[in-house]
Design a protein around this ligand. Structure first.
Ligand SMILES: C[S@@+](CC[C@H](N)C(=O)[O-])C[C@H]1O[C@@H](n2cnc3c(N)ncnc32)[C@H](O)[C@@H]1O
Length: 334
């Protein structure tokens, strides 16, 4: 079996998702239950059904049939879970990659549900498979849960990476200041040293320096796969408060077709298992809010997401000193 699906066979991944009940799964459940009239008598496809939890919600609200499509061996577990909940007549488990199901082998689907998001939204590379299902199985006018997604970013301070020891707020068994250890730790975690991965951690609203910017908006009903695989955006930030620029914090938001429910992984919303994704800068820059010399309040950053392989995306961040207006104007048009 594909290495990609072997990772999903690890039960701790599914345990993590199932125990994030305060937010992610409960948000899905609440929307599905709120929109139960839309589900009644419908044919649903749960793309990447995992433990089968979303399939169960859909069956519970009266879907006529739910195809629980799961490529890993967890498909066997979905069978057991649906029997345990007496929903085996509604939930049809398909143990296959969704891409390997022949479009003519199933009737048209009314609703696609999927919890495909990874850290930083696109990590895990599963969105392609959901869009494949949309293009090959969804009837015209069918619904997709969630139907829109957005990616947000903000430069941030990372006090937990900078201050160690006394008054740091970090629970270390030391009462002395150990900022030098913080410095070494940061080197290991920064994007310069560890080109491998950003860090996944929890920040709070106070750690964000300027106002957040929308980096990408994905209309999942229509977006072509090629567009998802190369997202390149420039953003100009205006510093709102004094602080040290120590990293770029990224989070996402999902929107559901009742047009009012959403799920956000922002630092100022309820914590989810996705937390926030942070690109740690090797050195920090002081960003004073300069109320007289307006142009110094701005700086720009370019974020580029390129697909590298099925599980990982390559992310490039370029920080641009936007200290003259011409430069800023050029960037704004990109
Ligand atoms: C993020 S988990 C979500 C699990 C489940 N929906 C939940 O809410 O707990 C994604 C699941 O999709 C499966 N998956 C990923 N790509 C797939 C594909 N192309 N076809 C079928 N299953 C896939 C993985 O094996 C994994 O179990």
């Amino acid at each position: 079996m594909d290495q990609y699906f072997k990772i999903y066979q690890k039960f701790d991944i599914h345990r993590l998702m199932l125990t994030d009940k305060t937010c992610a799964l409960m948000k899905y459940k609440n929307v599905i239950f709120k929109m139960r009239k839309i589900f009644e008598g419908k044919v649903v496809m749960d793309v990447g059904a995992g433990s089968g939890i979303l399939s169960i919600f859909c069956a519970e609200v009266g879907a006529k049939k739910v195809y629980a499509v799961e490529a890993s061996t967890l498909a066997n577990i979905i069978e057991q879970v649906s029997i345990e909940n007496n929903l085996q007549d509604t939930i049809k488990v398909i143990h296959s990659k969704v891409e390997d199901i022949h479009p003519d082998s199933l009737e048209k689907i009314d609703i696609i549900v999927s919890l495909w998001m990874g850290f930083c939204l696109i990590n895990e590379g599963m969105l392609d498979s959901v869009l494949f299902a949309r293009d090959n199985f969804l009837r015209s006018g069918g619904l997709i849960f969630p139907f829109e997604a957005s990616l947000h970013a903000s430069p941030c301070q990372l006090p937990s990476m900078y201050k160690f020891g006394v008054k740091s707020g970090v629970s270390l068994p030391v009462y002395l200041s150990m900022r030098c250890i913080g410095k070494e730790y940061r080197k290991i975690e920064s994007i310069e040293e560890s080109i491998d991965e950003p860090v996944v951690l929890l920040l709070n609203r106070d750690n964000l320096l300027p106002e957040e910017k929308l980096f990408a908006f994905l209309d999942l009903r229509h977006i072509p796969v090629e567009e998802v695989n190369l997202l390149r955006k420039y953003k100009i930030f205006m510093c709102k408060k004094d602080g040290k620029h120590q990293g770029i914090c990224i989070w996402f938001k999902l929107y559901f077709p009742d047009f009012c429910s959403f799920l956000s992984t922002a630092p100022y919303y309820e914590t989810t298992h996705w937390k926030q994704t942070v690109f740690v800068l090797p050195v920090d820059t002081v960003l004073p809010v300069n109320r007289k010399a307006k142009e110094r309040d701005y700086f720009a950053c370019k974020l580029e997401l390129k697909e590298l392989n099925l599980w990982h995306y390559k992310v490039e961040i370029t920080l641009i000193k936007a200290d003259d207006e011409v430069n800023l104007r050029d960037l704004a048009t990109l």
